[in-house]
Design a protein. Structure first.
Length: 243
């Protein structure tokens, strides 16, 4: 089922105990900077910025930090200039990997990414070598706590909202949309009274790759190393996580 590994990956990330608050705020600041740089500093007119701010506030990022990131992007505050870069390659066992970064020093970042791949039996490739294996989609999670949400009703609501697909996995509804309809589907579901546990426009694998236990452990180590970098915004892969 599409999204299986996505949901497991979200759970694993949210349950990680070693995340540093400073690194979390830094990543949020870069996302806010990027969104404001591309679409302007008004969240009412820039859905990507509004989403980035909402996620930052969920992690209790101070308003001053949010405002500073927006001012940097709009040129009203001096600061570093960040560049968005996407790396593609193969992890252990041939798993497809895409790494999205936002950095003010691409040489430093490239060295970190290459080191992480090399140390875990992976290989960086050329742009486009694995991106064709992923689709860009809106992705929404609604948790079915205590089984209170009726699956049939939820499915009909999601379809009525404009969703492309819906899956049920580990007590959660995974809703997939086109990028264009993402904001409208989120708004519809909120209006219908649902609480969205997570929502983002992301990359979803078209198929998942099953690998042996040894390679899965190495792949997990690769993901951990990549996510330790303050420059890394997101890591996408098509590994079928076994547990």
């Amino acid at each position: 089922m599409a999204g299986h590994s996505k949901w497991h990956n979200i759970q694993r990330r949210k349950n990680a105990q070693d995340a540093k608050r400073g690194k979390i705020f830094m990543r949020h600041a870069k996302l806010i900077y990027s969104a404001a740089k591309q679409g302007g500093g008004d969240p009412d007119m820039n859905p990507a910025l509004r989403l980035a701010i909402d996620k930052a506030k969920t992690d209790n990022m101070p308003n001053d930090n949010i405002d500073r990131a927006i001012k940097k992007a709009t040129g009203t505050l001096d600061g570093a200039s960040y560049e968005e870069i996407t790396y593609e390659g193969y992890g252990p066992g041939g798993v497809a990997v895409i790494v999205q970064v936002l950095t003010d020093n691409k040489n430093r970042t490239a060295a970190e990414i290459r080191h992480a791949f090399n140390k875990n039996n992976g290989n960086l490739g050329e742009n486009g070598c694995v991106s064709f294996m992923f689709d860009r989609k809106g992705y929404i999670i609604i948790l079915n706590e205590n089984g209170k949400i009726n699956e049939d009703e939820m499915t009909l609501e999601a379809i009525e909202a404009g969703a492309d697909d819906i899956a049920v996995q580990d007590g959660a509804f995974e809703i997939f949309t086109s990028p264009d309809s993402f904001e409208a589907v989120c708004a519809y579901l909120r209006e219908a009274g649902y609480s969205l546990a997570d929502e983002e426009i992301t990359l979803i694998p078209q198929t998942y790759s099953s690998i042996d236990e040894d390679n899965e452990e190495k792949m997990m180590n690769l993901i951990d190393m990549l996510e330790e970098s303050e420059d890394v915004q997101d890591v996408f892969h098509n590994m079928e996580i076994s547990s």
